[in-house]
Design a protein around this ligand. Structure first.
Ligand code: GLA
Length: 383
């Protein structure tokens, strides 16, 4: 297993700090082939779990409080099960506290516990280290206390933690992909019903390459919530609960009552839903050219209509468009930074990386980073 070294590191740290043998959980990050900002509109997404993520070690203690140690931050925090509320000065702790609080609401935990965790996901790259952390904690608690929560209940707890403790009104894509991922596969997920279809991903002579802008936008969280509010208010104007319920012609019927910016955002969502379904169909037909075109079109919408891109992401996608080796590329995740996802000829990867690396430094005076990823399975117990 690719995460053996990480699991060993976390286990050793736990033994050293707490002198006990912990349960070990691996919880992956995710990529998303296509379908951005559609999940909280009850639409379609096409994500996959990857072989990188978070390992969490957890065990009951006989103390009067719980303790969590984040190896990568070298920070330890204690908390009481009866006094769980968000903190203001420690973003990663809120993911943990939010999940513990959500579990408490379902079934009261009676014993305290210790947690150690670490990850091998590049931070701020848009690979959902937050969902990976949330899922690792809820899965760990479920195992430790034999709570018998279903996977769907667990991801609902993870998502609620992010809503209530981190105050990002995220959709369900990241938590779902991290929990339900299937080896070498992507999941076509209907976010309205949570029904998913597994697609074994074989890109033949093509490969996925992620390029990290290394930009972390500080306004991303509020901009994300703003987008969600716009979509919900357009849906409300149409008398429905989500944009999933409407056709483009419905939207056009109220165009004059909307600002141009809001109309374009809602239109983007409806068009992106169509692109996700078309992308799944093109994978079924092994039509990678079409699949790649849909990735480019998705980026276009995210850049021009939904307004969640940034100069660095746009630059990387334009490099991809110019290269004969790349058949599709787009920004991935919430936006304002993070990675682009590129589908390109495997034999041309090194040359393309070299070209992009040089052009990016020349333009932005800072480096970008490259990752190839393997699609892996969802959260599991390591030991
Ligand atoms: C973030 C959120 C997801 C999803 C994407 C955009 O990753 O956590 O729920 O909305 O942005 O597609």
């Amino acid at each position: 297993m690719a995460n053996n070294a990480l699991a060993q590191k976390v286990e050793l740290e736990f033994q050293k700090r707490f002198g006990k043998e912990p349960l070990l959980i691996f919880s992956p990050g995710r990529i998303n082939l296509i379908g951005e900002h559609t999940d909280y509109n009850n639409g379609f997404v096409f994500p996959a779990a990857i072989d990188k993520g978070i390992v969490c070690a957890i065990q009951k203690n006989n103390k009067d409080s719980c303790e969590v140690y984040a190896i990568d931050k070298n920070r330890s925090e204690t908390f009481l099960l009866d006094h769980l509320k968000p903190v203001t000065n420690n973003w990663w702790l809120n993911y943990v506290l939010g999940v513990v609080s959500g579990v408490q609401e379902k079934s009261k935990l009676t014993e305290n516990f210790d947690i150690v965790f670490a990850g091998d996901l590049p931070s701020g790259a848009g690979l959902s280290s937050s969902a990976a952390l949330e899922n690792s904690i809820v899965f760990g608690l479920n195992e430790l206390f034999d709570l018998k929560l279903s996977k769907k209940e667990m991801i609902a707890i993870s998502q609620k933690a992010e809503h209530d403790f981190v105050e990002v009104k995220c959709g369900i894509m990241d938590q779902f992909a991290s929990m339900f991922g299937v080896q070498d596969s992507a999941l076509l997920l209907d976010c309205k019903t949570l029904a998913s279809k597994t697609y074994q991903v074989k890109f033949n002579q093509y490969k996925l390459l992620l390029i990290n802008t290394n930009v972390k936008h500080s306004l991303a969280d509020s901009a994300y919530n703003d987008r969600r509010n716009v979509c919900e208010s357009v849906a409300a104007k149409l008398g429905v609960t989500s944009l999933r319920e409407v056709a483009i012609s419905d939207l056009q019927s109220i165009e004059k009552d909307l600002s141009e910016a809001d109309f374009q955002k809602a239109l983007y969502v409806l068009e992106e839903n169509r692109r996700v379904l078309a992308a799944a169909e093109s994978l079924e037909k092994n039509d990678l050219k079409r699949f790649g075109e849909l990735l480019f079109a998705s980026h276009n919408g995210l850049q021009q209509q939904y307004n969640v891109s940034c100069a660095e992401l746009d630059f990387l996608v334009s490099c991809a468009k110019e290269s004969a080796a790349v058949i599709g590329a787009r920004m991935m995740g919430g936006g304002f930074g993070g990675c682009t996802i590129n589908l390109l000829k495997a034999t041309e990867i090194e040359q393309f990386k070299k070209e992009v690396e040089e052009a990016y430094i020349k333009k932005f005076y800072k480096p970008c980073s490259f990752y190839t990823v393997t699609l892996g399975k969802g959260v599991f117990r390591v030991n």
